[in-house]
Design a protein around this ligand. Structure first.
Ligand code: MLT
Ligand code: MN
Length: 310
């Protein structure tokens, strides 16, 4: 199984267009210890020729150009991209679908809830409905990643709900403290190859580590996990926002109730933070916080990070 990180930053990217936080300034100034990152997405393949996107970032065009594995190989029209699996309807995860127009056969996999959001926004019809299939996925029901023209990857994906909330732009304040969120709004993906082979998890958004989630991911070969914030109130503290991580549906990296602590004893072989916000000091190669996550056995994803999981 081959995995490539296309974008490691959270919504807005690093640096974000209107952000003048010191981290963003360093990235904008070309500081080598503050490498820019595009918005959150990975791509996965069994054979190195057929690839599936996990989420479609607004930066997808740039991500395709930066990764030759995703370049057209056959003329006149071709793409190694077979399909897209969506974990929620956030702007940073669905707007890249619009980049995939131009009558290219594809499969979009998403929950009924997220497909409903796409269906309610007619701009997504720019993906020619005659060529782009929308396949509903069901929580806890494994399915094989397959392409639009019969390609079968042999990779199995099991979608499951994780604590989270509805996309920011779909929040309904009249529906109480969870803004009308339902289980299918935020899912994670378990990906495995042939029986006995490796298993990894893609969890770019998660609000809480429940004991059920901890048991599920125990002993995994690899996990990509929500690394949005270092501490819950970091955006308020740094004067760039008014929301906590909890309010946005993100568990923080540090602290006794944070992600590093929660995953410390789960025997996961490789742990990687992804979906990282501009304010998070782990983005900086020379920060004390980066050192702390590395010493705890975690890696920080970067654009172009390539992993072979066999
Ligand atoms: C999030 O992960 O919280 C969202 O991507 C925020 C946003 O839509 O800007
Ligand atoms: Mn996001």
């Amino acid at each position: 199984m081959k995995i490539r990180v296309l974008g490691a930053a959270a919504g807005g990217g690093f640096p974000q267009w209107n952000c003048n936080h010191p981290n963003s300034r360093r990235a904008r100034d070309g500081d080598p210890a503050a490498a820019p990152r595009t918005q959150s997405s990975i791509t996965v393949s069994a054979d190195g020729a057929h690839w599936f996107l996990f989420n479609a970032s607004p930066d997808l065009r740039q991500q395709i150009n930066a990764n030759s594995i995703l370049h057209p190989k056959n003329s006149p029209r071709h793409s190694p991209i077979q399909g897209v699996v969506l974990t929620n309807a956030d702007v940073d995860h669905v707007t890249g679908l619009l980049t995939l127009r131009e009558s290219q056969p594809l499969v979009i996999y998403a929950t009924g809830r997220v497909l409903g959001v796409l269906g309610a926004n007619s701009i997504f019809n720019v993906l020619n409905p005659e060529l782009v299939q929308r396949r509903p996925i069901t929580l806890e029901q494994p399915f094989e990643l397959g392409g639009p023209e019969g390609y079968r990857s042999g990779l199995t994906v099991k979608p499951f709900a994780v604590p989270g909330k509805v996309a920011l732009w779909l929040e309904d304040a009249t529906k109480g403290p969870n803004f009308g969120s339902v289980e299918e709004d935020t899912i994670a993906l378990e990906v495995s190859g042939p029986a006995g082979g490796p298993r990894f998890y893609y969890i770019p958004g998660c609000a809480e580590m429940t004991s059920a989630l901890a048991e599920r991911i125990r002993g995994a070969d690899l996990i990509f996990f929500d690394g949005t914030l270092w501490v819950d109130d970091e955006m308020i503290r740094d004067g760039v926002g008014i929301k906590t991580g909890k309010r946005m549906g993100h568990l923080s990296v540090s602290g006794e109730d944070g992600t590093m602590a929660a995953l410390r004893e789960l025997g996961i072989k490789r742990r990687i933070f992804i979906h990282i916000n501009t304010t998070n000091p782990i983005l900086l190669d020379d920060s004390a916080e980066r050192k702390a996550v590395n010493e705890a056995g975690w890696e920080v994803a970067y654009d172009g990070m390539a992993i072979n999981l066999d």
